[in-house]
Design a binder for this molecule. Sequence first.
Ligand code: CO
Length: 171
Amino acid sequence: MGFKIIKYGSPILRKKSVEITENDNVALIVENLFSTLKKEGGLGLAGPQVGILKQIFVIDTSPLTEEDSLITKIENAIVNPEIVGLSEEKEYYNEGCLSIPGIYEDVLRPETIDVRYYDINFNLIEERLDGIKARIFQHEYDHLEGILFIDRLSPLKRKLLSGKLNKIKKG
Ligand code: CO
């Protein structure tokens, strides 16, 4: 089981996702997102990246915890998320994306965020996130809004990447 990853250039990645409802088979979507993520070896995967334009994503930090035992392992499915607060303090972190293979760049984002979301059983969760969890959450949340991490780079940086991006677009 699993999904095929939609790559940069597809208009699907630029669309806004709709809310998950109780009619959606959340358990099945989550199972497929996790198996696809494990197979592809990323840290997070959002619905739109597999053609599901719904507000859902999964986080799995096991590729990092295998390298660094100080990082706590997080395996979490996030439904209908909202970011309700952003810290003024920002930091750079080197990001990549399964939809934009081969490109890794430092992206500036708030360090700490306050979030609301539902778990797979539709329990409301409210928490403050920092570190790697805040980083992945913001990257995946952007996917639900049709935003990619390269949109958050400087115009010059993006220009320098345009050749590589065009190559991905052409497949
Ligand atoms: Co991504």
